[in-house]
Each structure stands twice: as structure tokens, then as C-alpha cells.
Design a binder for this molecule. Structure first.
Ligand code: C2E
Ligand code: CA
Ligand code: CA
Length: 856
């Protein structure tokens, strides 16, 4: 069986998306964003840098421009004839200040803080500071470098130029313009010596700086302090070379750009991120759904494949075959097992009605199918080889869109099961050996036949047949022989009867025959005669002739009984009577037989009570040595001192005691009683005790004997046990074992009634009996019967040959005693010498040893 390989694991789109694509997109976006930010930052930086450069340039320009203006405006004053006249040597205050030709207006109009005139000697001849006349020394008001400036001015004047410079005034840098006073080409008298020098001073106050700066678009032009960034400062040199640092507040276009673009960028990034996330989420969801459906698809496919494989395996491996029909019950499918089981090729049956193939005993196929029922239908069909087979059908309707389109199901072959059941059924009702009906079947049949009989009586005859000498066959020849004989018996019984008569074997060697419609008594008698005759003829087993014979009890319904058990009981009673009447015959049931049976039951009860109440006694029949008739001992013989019927002899109760098993406790009692009694006998007298075959078979005889010897104190060699040949018939080997064990206790074993039973010399040879007792029936024939004479002689010879003592029983005459003594018999026993005696009488005999006595 091959299973499909598991499907390759599905590409997980969802996980790929979430694991690779999502971070990819995010990273890409980040990179783009970073690049943008970087570019913008770079741009902003550039812009800022450029703005700084420009700022520095413009700031320079802003501080340069005042130099030009001042240069030009001082030229207007210094290169002016009037000024030359009025201010060169002795300043004309009135002209200059009061008339405002060179006075406060400079401050008011141009915001020049100072207008000074310095003569060649370096004295400050005229000074207006912030529009007020002032008395000050220019060299003290203005920081170092003034001389150099004045020098520059005198030189420049030659070219009608002026000089400007930056100097410290009142602790702040100031632009100072200088020009020597000249006639300015006017028609005035030139004075000798060096002209005085006019100075304009413009102090770079914070306001002034801002003003200058703003002229050039520079914001917050100022003197630098420590906090100003280097980029936003620049250096200028004072007239004496000392550096002064200015600062301005630079424009920050880059920063503006950043401030403007970054939020937008952030917004864009956020928007993009959000969009990406939404898209991705959607994509992931879709992907997950795709994954799930792929997985579902894959598993469904696997399940489908597995299910198909399973179906195939089941269909091929199962002993069942699978079928399908259309709604008309015509076969449309048959699994491959069909051919293997039925032998028919499926093609032979496809398109044919299912009912042609299968037939059911119970129910029509169509009816069973249409009524939904889970109980399978048992069907029969013919296999290809023509043999009838059985199957169990299970079915389900097939519906398509709510309409019935057919049926499908399985057919389980149950032929073997069915046959086994039939076999079991047969076995349960028949005897396995002979094939005849058994007791169950007979009872069943009898009840069935008697049932209507109770209402409408019509004669029925029941024969109870018992084989007379079957047990010995089984015991001596073995069970195989017994079985063979039983088979032959069954055959002969069949031949005797008509076909519809029932013959049953109801026990080991018991048969019952039920005959219906045989009304005439003569007819029954003839049949019984035929049966007895048939079974009287010898049977053969292994070339051996075996004689059996039979007894028959007859009961008739409704005359004797109308109930099966009652009828059987009647036949059984009749059989008992037939046996009692000498076997090999038949008896019809009669009500008196019942009484006899009751008698027997009563006896059985009495026997039980007798054992319990000790109604038994033992008598002893003396045994004599044949030569000289010395008293050798005595045989214990059981007597029943019956409360109403007097002293009963063994033959009246021993058979019953044996049948009921009561012989076991009874025999044990006799043994103990005899041993106890014999213990006191003089002259080492021997006691012999009879053992029933039942005692040898059942009970713990060996233990009992051993215990009894110990208990009584009787020496073992004074005890003799008598067994009959029949005791050896049942399981002879085990019995011989037991006898050997008994002998090993030290006692003696005698074979009783020798010559009457299934005399088998082999027993005698295989077991060393100490004594054989010749049956009194042979002794009785002495001396008239020639045959008995020779038998007795032969038996005595045999005993001697086997080194066994020989005792003769039933010696009733002196003549017999004589013959036996002559023949070499060891011991004699019989009425001629003594009847059995009660213990006291025996003791008296011992005392007067030798005297003959009579039983009382
Ligand atoms: P058995 O063992 O052959 O005993 C001898 C029988 O022969 C005795 O009969 C005895 O009375 C009888 N008998 C002795 N001499 C003569 C004679 O000269 N002529 C005739 N006709 N009979 C004689 P009993 O006592 O009636 O016993 C019959 C049988 O009962 C015994 O035959 C024995 O088989 C059996 N039996 C007796 N006592 C016991 C017992 O305690 N246990 C068992 N299992 N069987 C016993
Ligand atoms: Ca005996
Ligand atoms: Ca005997």
C-alpha cells in the first residue's frame, strides 16, 4: 500500500510579505527621506554659508560707504575759500559757529559728532561736538593714529583728495575724515606755512552701526562680543593697525528653508508611512487569506488523496466487495474483490439487476433497500464454480440533488460463518460419533410431536434401547473398538427402522427410537424382535467377533404418558424391567413396574439408614486346608440385620449398594470389622474380605487398608483380599497397579469366582495372585458333569502351574471334597464343612477347632 508523499510546504506569501517586503519598503522610504533631509540640510547649510559671506561683504561695504560720504562732505568744507579764511589760523567763531557755516548743522544734518580743526602745531583751534562748541584737545578725544591720518590728509590734498580712517573716539570706533584747509581755488590770499587740518568725526554708536548696516541690508551691525559666532563677524583695522571686530546678525535662509521644509517632509513621510502601512496591512491580510486558502487547499487535497487511498486499500484488502446500482437496481460498479470472491468477472454482472445475482430468504431486495434499515440482509448467490455462497449485504441510498439515483453498499462473504453455524447447529443436535440425533434433538422432536398429540391423540411409541454387554467391549478392546461397534449398532438400528423414525443416541450405550403412527402392539413387538435379533448378531472389530445384545423398554403415548419426560421415564422403567428379566428382550411399560421402582428407591433409602444406624453384621465362613481339614481362617460375608425383613443376604442389597456408590463406605466398614475381629483369632488364622470393583475404582482403598491394618493391629499376612475378574475389566492396568501396591503392604490377594467372568489368562499371568478361588458353579457339577470335572482339574492345574494356591468354593458334599483334595486343591470352603457363622459361633469353632458348624 503506497501513501501519497506529503505535499511540499506551501510558499507562505503572507509571511514573505511581512518578513521581507514590509521592512524593505520601510527601509527604502527611510533612505529616501534621509536623503531628502540630508540634501535639504546640505542646501540649507550652503545657503546659510553663502548668506554669511554676503553678510560679511555687505557689512564691509556698509562701513566703507561712510568713508566716501565723509571724504566728500569734508572736501566741501575744507577746500572752501571762506573756510580757509575763517578757520585756518585764527578761527572766526562767529562765522563758523554763529553763522552756521561750519557748526551745529553738521551734527543735525549728518549726525557727525565732531568737527575739529587742528593747526599745524597740533593745537585744536576749533571744536564743535554734538553741535556744541567745545574746548577740547583733539589728540586726547581721538585715540592714536590721528597724526598718521593727518599725514595722509596732507598728502591726499595734493591731489585734492581727502583722507578717512577709523580711530577710537570716546572708547568706540569712529570714522574720522581729515582734510587740510585749502583755498579751494577761490581768490583768497594764501597763507604761509602748513594749513590747519579739518576733522569730521562720526562715532560708530550702536544706532549708527545699525543704520549703516540697514543701508546695505545687513541686520544688527554691531561691535562683536564673545557670544557672536565667528562666521558672523569680520575684522577692520583702526588707523594705527589695531583690529576691531564687528558682528552682524546673519540671514539664515537655510534655516528658514529647513523650518519650512522639514515639517512638510515629516508630514509627507508620515503620510507615506501611513499609506505604506495601510497598503501593507491590506496586502498582508490578502496574503494571509491566500496563505490560509492555499493551506486549506493543500490539506483538502491531502485529505482527499488519503481518503482515496484509504478507499482503495479498504476496497482491495477487505473481504467485502463493494457494489453500486442505479435507481433501477442495475449494477453500475463492482469492486475488484468481487471477482476474487465470487469468481465472476465484474463485466458479466454490470448492467444486470442486483436481484439476479443475490437472493434473500427473508425479504425481497427491493423492499429491504427502500425501507432504510441498518440491519444487513443475508443473501445467497451462486459463485462462478457453481457453489452456493452466502453474504451479508449492507446498503445506503445515493441521492443527488434530493433525488434517489441508486444504491451502494458492501457485500460481506459469510459463507464460512454460515456453514460453521450450520455445523454447530448440527453438532448441537447430533451425536458426533454416529451422526444420530442426540438427546437435545430427541427431546426437541419428542416435545414437538407430543404437543399436538395432547389434543388429538394419535399413537407414538418410544423405545429405550440399552446395549447389554457393551462396557466390557470398551474396557477390554479399547475405545476405538467401542466406537466402531457403536457405529455398527447405529447402522443396524437404521436398517431396522423406517426413514421418518427418529433414532437418537442418548448415552454411552443407550439409544432412543421415536416411532410415530405405529399403532398395533404386534407391529411394535415385531420391530423390537428385529432390533434385538439384529444386535444379537456378532459385531466385528479387527477380525474379532464381539457379542453385545440389547434390552428394550417400550412406552406408548398417549397411553403411558403425554409428556416427553414422563414418556422417557416410562420407557426407562420398562427397560429396567427388561434387564431385570434377563436381558436380550423387551418390555412394555406397565404401572406395576413403577411400584417395583419405588421399592428399589425405598430400599436405597433403607440402605442409607442401615449404614448410619449400624444394621450390618459380618458373618464368617470357615476355610479349611483340604489335606486334614485344618481350620485355616474365614471369609467375611456381609449380612444386613433388617429391622422388619430379618437377616438379608448380600445379593439383595449389594448390587444396589454398588449402583448407588454406597458400597464404598459399606466395604470400608466390613474391612475394619473383619480385621478387628480376626485380630483375636488363634493360630494365625487368616481373614479374607471381598472387595467390590467399585471400591477398587473409587475411594482411597490403599490408604484405607493401610490405616485399617495399623488401627486393628492385625498383621498384614493374615489379611486376604478377594477381587473378582470383573474388577480387572475396567482399566485393568490401573487396577493391577493398585493390587500390586496392596500386595506390597504384605497381604495376600485372591481371585474370586475364577472361571465365570471374562476369563483372561493374561490377567493371571501379568498379576501374581496368591490364590485363585474356583467358582462354586463348577464345583456343583462334580462329580456328575464330565465337563465341570475337567474344568476344575484344569483350573487347579493352572493355579499350580502359576504357583498360586487354589481354593474351591461351594463344597457341599464329601464326594466333592474328595475329588478336589485328590486333584490337589489347596483349600476348601463350603456348606459341607461349615455355613457362614456369626462371630461368636466362629469363636466357639476356633475353641473346639475342627468341628463343623451351621449358620444361625
Ligand atoms: P462369594 O464371594 O462367592 O461368597 C461365597 C458365597 O457362597 C456366600 O454367599 C456363601 O454363603 C456361599 N456359599 C458358601 N458355601 C456354599 C455352598 O456350599 N453352597 C452354596 N450354594 N453356597 C455357598 P453370600 O454370603 O450370600 O454372598 C454372596 C456374595 O456376596 C459373595 O459371593 C460375595 O461376592 C458377595 N459378598 C458377600 N459379602 C461381601 C462383602 O462384604 N463385600 C462385597 N463386596 N461382596 C460381598
Ligand atoms: Ca468371596
Ligand atoms: Ca466366590
Amino acid at each position: 500500500m503506497q501513501h501519497p508523499a506529503p505535499a511540499p510546504s506551501a510558499p507562505r506569501l503572507g509571511s514573505t510579505l511581512s518578513r521581507r517586503v514590509l521592512p524593505g519598503i520601510v527601509a527604502l522610504l527611510l533612505v529616501i527621506l534621509l536623503a531628502a533631509v540630508f540634501a535639504i540640510a546640505h542646501l540649507a547649510d550652503e545657503l546659510d554659508e553663502r548668506a554669511l559671506t554676503r553678510g560679511r561683504f555687505l557689512s564691509g561695504k556698509a562701513l566703507e560707504a561712510p568713508h566716501d560720504w565723509m571724504g566728500r562732505s569734508i572736501a566741501d568744507y575744507a577746500f572752501w575759500g571762506d573756510a580757509y579764511v575763517n578757520l585756518n589760523r585764527q578761527p572766526n567763531i562767529d562765522w563758523a559757529y554763529e553763522q552756521q557755516n561750519a557748526g551745529p548743522s553738521l551734527y543735525e544734518d549728518f549726525c557727525y559728532e565732531g568737527l575739529l580743526v587742528i593747526n599745524p602745531e597740533g593745537e585744536t583751534t576749533y571744536a564743535v561736538v554734538r553741535g556744541e562748541l567745545a574746548d577740547l584737545d583733539a589728540y586726547r578725544w581721538i585715540g592714536p593714529g590721528l597724526d598718521s591720518l593727518i599725514e595722509d590728509a596732507r598728502e591726499a590734498a595734493e591731489d585734492e583728495e581727502t583722507a578717512t580712517g577709523m580711530l577710537m573716539v570716546e572708547g568706540r570706533p569712529a570714522i574720522v575724515a581729515a582734510a587740510p584747509l585749502t583755498t579751494g581755488g577761490a581768490d583768497v590770499e594764501e597763507m604761509s606755512g602748513l594749513p590747519s587740518v579739518m576733522l569730521f568725526v562720526d562715532i560708530l554708536t550702536p544706532e549708527r552701526l545699525i543704520e549703516f548696516g540697514s543701508e546695505y541690508g545687513v541686520s544688527q551691525l554691531r561691535l562683536a562680543d564673545d557670544t557672536d559666532p565667528v562666521g558672523a563677524t569680520f575684522e577692520l583695522q583702526l588707523q594705527d593697525g589695531t583690529p576691531v571686530t564687528f558682528a552682524f546678525t546673519p540671514e539664515r535662509p537655510g534655516r528658514h528653508l529647513l523650518l519650512l521644509t522639514l515639517p512638510i517632509l515629516a508630514l509627507v513621510a508620515f503620510g507615506l508611512g501611513l499609506l505604506a502601512w495601510l497598503l501593507l496591512r491590506q496586502a498582508l491580510r490578502t496574503a494571509r487569506i491566500m496563505d490560509a486558502s492555499y493551506e486549506y487547499l493543500a490539506t483538502s487535497q491531502q485529505a482527499l488523496e488519503a481518503s482515496e487511498a484509504r478507499f482503495r486499500d479498504v476496497a482491495e484488502a477487505a473481504s467485502d466487495w463493494i457494489w453500486e446500482t442505479d435507481s433501477q437496481l442495475r449494477l453500475t460498479y463492482l469492486s475488484s474483490r468481487f471477482e476474487q470472491i465470487t469468481g465472476h468477472p465484474p463485466s458479466a454482472w454490470l448492467d444486470r439487476p442486483l436481484a439476479d445475482l443475490l437472493t434473500s430468504d427473508n425479504e425481497a431486495l427491493q423492499g429491504w433497500l427502500s425501507a432504510p434499515d441498518d440491519v444487513p440482509l443475508r443473501c445467497r448467490y451462486r459463485a462462478e464454480d457453481g457453489r452456493e455462497r452466502h453474504c451479508r449485504l449492507a446498503a445506503r441510498p445515493i441521492h443527488r440533488d434530493d433525488t434517489l439515483v441508486g444504491y451502494r453498499g458492501t457485500a460481506t462473504d459469510v459463507t464460512e460463518e454460515t456453514e460453521a453455524q450450520a455445523r454447530i447447529q448440527h453438532l448441537s443436535l447430533h451425536d458426533a460419533l454416529t451422526g444420530l440425533a442426540n438427546r437435545n434433538r430427541m427431546q426437541e422432536y419428542l416435545s414437538a410431536v407430543l404437543e399436538p398429540l395432547a389434543h388429538a391423540p394419535s399413537p407414538l411409541t418410544l423405545l429405550y434401547i440399552d446395549l447389554d454387554r457393551f462396557k466390557p467391549v470398551n474396557d477390554t478392546l479399547g475405545h476405538a473398538a467401542g466406537d466402531e461397534v457403536l457405529l455398527q449398532v447405529a447402522e443396524r438400528l437404521r436398517i431396522c427402522t423406517r426413514e421418518h423414525d427418529l433414532i437418537a443416541r442418548v448415552g454411552g450405550d443407550e439409544f432412543v427410537m421415536v416411532l410415530v403412527g405405529l399403532s398395533q402392539r404386534e407391529g411394535v413387538e415385531r420391530l423390537c424382535a428385529r432390533i434385538v435379533e439384529a444386535l444379537d448378531d456378532p459385531f466385528y472389530y479387527d477380525q474379532q467377533r464381539v457379542f453385545i445384545g440389547a434390552s428394550i423398554g417400550v412406552a406408548v403415548a398417549p397411553a403411558n404418558a403425554t409428556n416427553a419426560n414422563e414418556l422417557l421415564r416410562c420407557a426407562d422403567i420398562a427397560l429396567y424391567q427388561a434387564k431385570a428379566d434377563g436381558r436380550g428382550t423387551w418390555r412394555f411399560y406397565a404401572s406395576e413396574m413403577d411400584e417395583r421402582l419405588h421399592e428399589r428407591r425405598r430400599l436405597e433409602d433403607e440402605l442409607r439408614t442401615a449404614i448410619q444406624e449400624g444394621q450390618f453384621v459380618v458373618h464368617y465362613q470357615p476355610r479349611y486346608l483340604s489335606s486334614g481339614l485344618a481350620l485355616r481362617g474365614a471369609e467375611a460375608l456381609l449380612r444386613w440385620q433388617h429391622p422388619t425383613r430379618g437377616l438379608l443376604l448380600p445379593e439383595t442389597f449389594i448390587p444396589l449398594a454398588e449402583e448407588t456408590g454406597l458400597i464404598v463406605p459399606l466395604g470400608h466398614w466390613v474391612l475394619r470389622e473383619a480385621c478387628r475381629e480376626a485380630r483375636h483369632w488363634p493360630n494365625h488364622a487368616v481373614v479374607s474380605v471381598n472387595l467390590s470393583p467399585i471400591q477398587l475404582r473409587r475411594g482411597k482403598l490403599l490408604d484405607e487398608v493401610r490405616a485399617t491394618l495399623i488401627e486393628s493391629g492385625l498383621p498384614a499376612n493374615r489379611l486376604e483380599l478377594e477381587v473378582t475378574e470383573s474388577a480387572l475389566l475396567h482399566d485393568g492396568h490401573a487396577t493391577l497397579e493398585l493390587l500390586r501396591d496392596l500386595k506390597s503392604l504384605g497381604l495376600r490377594v485372591a481371585m474370586d469366582d475364577f472361571g465365570t467372568g471374562y476369563s483372561s489368562l493374561s490377567h493371571l499371568r501379568s498379576f501374581p495372585f496368591d490364590v485363585i478361588k474356583i467358582d462354586r458353579s463348577f464345583v456343583a457339577g462334580i462329580p456328575r458333569s464330565e465337563e465341570d470335572n475337567s474344568i476344575v482339574h484344569a483350573l487347579i492345574g493352572l493355579g499350580r502351574g502359576l504357583h498360586m494356591e487354589v481354593t474351591a468354593e461351594g463344597v457341599e458334599t464329601a464326594e466333592q471334597l474328595d475329588v478336589l483334595t485328590q486333584a490337589g486343591c489347596t483349600e476348601v470352603q463350603g456348606f459341607h464343612m461349615s455355613h457362614p457363622l456369626d462371630p461368636q459361633a466362629l469363636n466357639a469353632l476356633f475353641l473346639g477347632a475342627g468341628a463343623f458348624a451351621d449358620e444361625r
